[in-house]
Design a protein around this ligand. Sequence first.
Ligand code: FE
Ligand code: FE
Ligand code: ZN
Length: 287
Amino acid sequence: MLIIGSHVNFSNSDQLLGALNQALSYDANTFMFYTGAPQNTLRSKIDDGTTSKALEKMKENNIDISNVIVHAPYIINLANNKEESKYDFSINFLKQEIKRCEQIGIKYLVLHPGSHVGLGVDEGISNIIFALNKVNESNSSVVILLETMAGKGSEVGTNFDEIKRIIDGVKDKTKIGVCLDTCHLNDAGYDISEFDKVLDEFDKKIGLSYVHCVHINDSKNIRGAHKDRHENLGYGTIGFDNLINVIYNDRLDNIPKILETPWIGEYPPYKEEIEMIRTKTFNGNLK
Ligand code: FE
Ligand code: FE
Ligand code: ZN
C-alpha cells in the first residue's frame, strides 16, 4: 500500500489535530512534523485532549499513528562532544523528545546523526553511539531513525558504512532504524536512477528491515554535490520518473514516504505533489 504524506506544522494551539487536518487537506494518509520549530528547542506541553480528538479522526480516515513520523530538531548534535554542556543538552533534549513522542503515540523519530565539527568521523560515530545508548536507557517504545545525510560540512552518516557502524554500536537494535532521504542520497553520491542497486547495497550492509521511513525530495544539485538543497518533484536533478520508481518500489511497500520539498512562494506544494504521485503524472505547472 502507498503511504504518502508530507511535512506539516504542529502548532501550540491545535497540535496533532492541526497537523492531521493539513495532511487530510493534501489527500495524504500520513504526515511528519517537528514538535516545535526545527531550529530551536522551545516546546510546549502536549495536550492529551487534542491528541485523543486527533486519534479518533485518524481512525475515521484510516490513518495509522504508527505511520506518522516526528523529526527531531536540527540543533541536536550527538556527534560533537567538544563542549560537554552542549553534548549533554543534546542527549537530554532527545530524551524529552522521545517522551513527547510516546505521549502522542508516535513510533518513529527521525534524527540527523550529527556533525563531528572537526573531531573526525571515527570520534563522531563513537559520540553518536554513546549518546544513543544513553538515550535508550530510558525504556521507551520509540524507534530512532538515523537519516542518511548529504555530506554537507562535517555531517556523519553520509554513506551506508557510517550508518552501519552506528547501528552496530547501538546495544538495543529494536530502538534503531534508518530513514532514507532521496535528495541526501543523491547529494552524497548515490545514483537514484539505479535505485535497486542502492537498495541492494543497503540490504547487504545493513538490512532493508531497518528502513522505516523514506523522505522523498528532488535535489537542486548534481549527484555527489554534498549540498542538501531540496527541490520539488520533477524540478531537480533526480527527476520525476526516478522518484516515482523509489515511491513505488516493491521492497519499500508499506513504508511511509514523506515529502520535504520546498514551498512555492507562500504555498505548500503537497496537495499537487501527492496528486502527481498518485496519478504517476508530472505536473509542469507547479512553478
Ligand atoms: Fe531530516
Ligand atoms: Fe530528510
Ligand atoms: Zn535535506
